[in-house]
Design a protein around this ligand. Structure first.
Ligand SMILES: NC(=O)c1ccc[n+]([C@@H]2O[C@H](COP(=O)([O-])OP(=O)(O)OC[C@H]3O[C@@H](n4cnc5c(N)ncnc54)[C@H](OP(=O)(O)O)[C@@H]3O)[C@@H](O)[C@H]2O)c1
Length: 302
């Protein structure tokens, strides 16, 4: 398959690097990372250890293949701009596959690219961007891919095969929208709380006050999801969130890492989006609102 990874940072470099084993892959990313890959190859450290020679470009206009798949791996605040940059690559049968976190990516991609091209995904793979040319695979996880209507289409099954052949454990979801929401609910407490308190994930369950706050945020976010027609129970989401906290106790969340690096966070696509979905529905959105306000007022970056 011809695959373009648009936004080759942490997750895009891992997926692109592994997919390059059996496919023609081109990474599209920023100058320093791309230049280092062109000079010395892409190094993956940690749970996967590889040095991969792979095509990498900065300017999407320099693309010399016609992609069957465009893997979209920019942060959610870059989705709309990225879609405009990659639109020219999309032919009638091109699939645009999002592995991003956040509740607003699908709408943005649909608007610019069109729904028929879209395959949505979530992944529990963990990757850190170490330095230009180098990413660390920190956690081996599972990727779920699905058509928005839940159909087990042939193109989806082919794509899942291609991912599995690359060693990326991947399954089909017939409820990918629900999966995106469930991940956002889990992230809605872990990410902003760890970012604000500057702690590793595990501390959220070591501190009884923070544990209660996790439960309250989970409940609020689950009720918002239910009003959007997503089948979730607050009790199940609290227990799933606590499992994730325990499994990732020693990790720094992506939002904490962004704050520490002085970078923008994805809070607007997680808590901000939850808050906007709940507004006007006569349900409480105050915790998600407070988290957005706390993070945006204490750190001048969003
Ligand atoms: N990392 C993980 O373990 C993980 C796991 C699951 C899901 N996710 C989700 O996956 C998405 C990506 O996360 P990530 O950690 O891989 O982020 P990341 O390391 O910041 O990678 C995104 C890359 O895309 C680049 N980019 C943005 N706009 C671009 C453009 N127009 N042209 C070329 N490059 C562009 C960014 O460059 P600049 O930073 O210079 O703008 C950055 O290098 C997020 O939604 C995240 O929540 C990540």
């Amino acid at each position: 398959m011809n695959i373009v990874v648009f936004g080759a940072g942490a997750i895009g470099s891992l997926f692109g690097g592994l997919l390059a084993k059996n496919n023609t892959v081109v990474l599209v990313g920023r100058h320093c990372h791309i230049q280092r890959i062109q000079q010395k190859g892409l190094r993956i450290k940690g749970k996967t250890q590889k040095l991969i020679q792979i095509s990498a470009i900065e300017n999407p206009q320099d693309l010399s293949i016609t992609p069957e798949v465009v893997l979209l791996t920019v942060k959610s605040y870059d989705t709309e701009a990225a879609c405009h940059h990659l639109r020219h690559m999309v032919r009638d049968h091109t699939m645009v596959v999002s592995l991003q976190n956040g509740l607003d990516n699908i709408e943005k991609i649909k608007e610019v690219i069109g729904q028929k091209h879209l395959i949505a995904g979530v992944t529990t793979q963990g990757v850190l961007f170490e330095e230009p040319g180098v990413v660390t695979h920190t956690g081996i996880g599972t990727t779920l891919l699905g058509e928005l209507d839940g159909a087990p289409s042939e193109r989806l099954q082919n794509l899942i095969c291609v991912f599995n052949q690359a060693g990326l454990h991947t399954q089909m979801s017939t409820d990918i929208t629900g999966e995106i929401w469930r991940k956002a609910i889990i992230n809605s407490s872990i990410n902003p709380l760890t970012a604000f308190f500057g702690c590793q994930n595990g501390y959220l369950l070591e501190n009884p006050v923070l544990e209660k706050i996790v439960e309250a945020i989970c409940t609020e976010s689950s009720i918002i999801a239910s009003h959007e027609g997503i089948q979730v129970s607050p009790k199940e989401m609290i227990s799933r969130t606590k499992e994730v906290i325990q499994e990732t106790a020693l990790n720094s969340s992506s939002m904490l890492q962004s704050i520490q690096q002085g970078k923008r966070t994805e809070i607007d696509s997680i808590n901000g989006a939850l808050m906007r979905k709940g507004l006007g529905k006569n349900i409480d959105v105050s915790l998600n609102r407070i988290l957005v306000e706390l993070l945006t007022s204490f750190y001048s970056i969003k």
